[in-house]
Design a protein around this ligand. Structure first.
Ligand SMILES: [Zn+2]
Ligand SMILES: [Zn+2]
Length: 385
């Protein structure tokens, strides 16, 4: 596509003004100075609002992993919006989109497709991502008060900033509020960037999500991102006792007071990883596996094998008449020239985590590869004619 005619992919700066402004405002510490009191306030504000992002925006609104009252839900949403990470409904819609397409080209913040910096923060400058699909968040838009709050995108953050200034003057505003907001941005965004690049993968999730102890520590539990992609509706992201998940501990304590309830735990079979994965993941991983083989190479092999008993013209005629039929026929014929199922299995074991679905993935990849090779043989036949 002509890039000049693709305005939706252009980077436009005005809409990212609040994000840029927070960074610029941090520099004002040169004039206001830094006090211990303001640093402590920044630390506390970071912790409280990181909890609101992970425990509220993410685990409650995006994934509905526990329940609470309508009044407390509004209070939590307001608290989340003091983080200046846009409205609660907007955030949830963007996040649900991430899970629907994680690490596919449609994923707005996938380091695999867009690189580290774009997945970390570049994507928020792209107007294409400002209007996510609100059809995926109908369970949230049914609450009028949340819709209104979502529209007053930065009001809670401005109120908090003003309160900090009123309480402790310019140093408190700059260091207490702006510094903590800036650090909160980047630590949240590490989950989109680093948690899809650095760490280990326990489960086959069909994406690049990782478990990372250090990220879990600074994000109060979000670093167990591979666990989370494996089972999104769990309130707990640390699945093992040693997987520190402070957000969950706080929610657990809150549940004893009755403020929140119905905390959803991951089923044992899910934690053990011995339940087959869904069809969508099988399809995703199978096409990645099939894509790791050279279609051209196998197509040439199949074409040569065909040429021993037929002329290439036969093939081209067939291809012209019924491309679909010839593809199906070639798919059968080409089986003996393709990598075998055990070969695909070996490759799959190299590429992905162990999963009870690996056989299903291997068979599907074999089919996909056969179809791709068959289609390519048709192209070769038509080219040589
Ligand atoms: Zn993710
Ligand atoms: Zn999520």
């Amino acid at each position: 596509m002509d890039h000049a005619h693709a305005p939706h992919n252009d980077i436009v700066y005005p809409a990212a003004v609040p994000f840029v402004l927070v960074h610029v405002a941090c520099l004002a510490a040169i004039w206001t100075g830094v006090s211990l009191e303001a640093l402590v306030a920044a630390f506390v504000l970071y912790l409280v609002r990181m909890w609101a992002i992970t425990g509220v925006y993410h685990r409650y609104f995006s994934h509905r992993s526990y329940k609470t009252s309508r009044v407390f839900q509004f209070f939590l949403a307001f608290l989340g919006q003091t983080s200046a990470q846009r409205g609660v409904i907007w955030w949830s819609a963007v996040h649900r989109h991430h899970h629907l397409y994680s690490d596919l080209p449609e994923d707005v913040h996938s380091p695999r497709h867009h690189g580290f910096w774009y997945s970390h923060m570049g994507w928020i400058f792209n107007p294409k991502n400002w209007e996510p699909d609100y059809g995926t968040v109908k369970d949230l838009t049914k609450y009028r008060e949340l819709v209104i709050l979502d529209r007053f995108t930065y009001t809670p953050a401005v109120i908090l900033g003003f309160a900090m200034w009123f309480w402790g003057g310019w140093t408190m505003l700059v260091v207490g509020f702006f510094w903590s907001t800036m650090v909160l941005y980047h630590c949240t965004f590490f989950i989109n960037s680093l948690a899809h690049e650095l760490g280990s993968q326990r489960y086959l999730t069909g994406d690049d999500s990782r478990n990372n102890f250090w990220l879990a520590l600074i994000t109060l539990g979000e670093g167990w991102h591979n666990n989370h992609h494996h089972y999104q509706s769990s309130v707990r992201q640390g699945f093992k006792w040693w997987e520190v998940d402070i957000t969950y501990y706080i929610l657990k304590v809150m549940s004893w007071t009755g403020l929140v309830w119905d905390l959803r735990a991951p089923p044992e079979a899910i934690v053990r990883g011995d339940r087959p994965v869904g069809r969508k993941i099988v399809e995703k991983v199978a096409s990645e596996l099939a894509g790791s083989f050279s279609v051209e190479r196998y197509a040439l092999r199949v074409r040569d094998a065909w040429a021993e008993s037929h002329t290439v013209d036969d093939l081209a005629d067939l291809a012209k008449r019924a491309r679909g039929q010839v593809e199906a026929r070639l798919a059968e014929l080409s089986l003996s020239h393709l990598p075998t199922v055990p070969e695909l299995r070996d490759k799959a074991e190299e590429m992905f985590n162990e999963s009870p679905s690996l056989d299903a993935i291997v068979y599907r990849a074999h089919e996909l590869l056969a179809m791709a090779v068959a289609a390519h043989v048709c192209d070769l036949a038509l080219d040589t004619r």
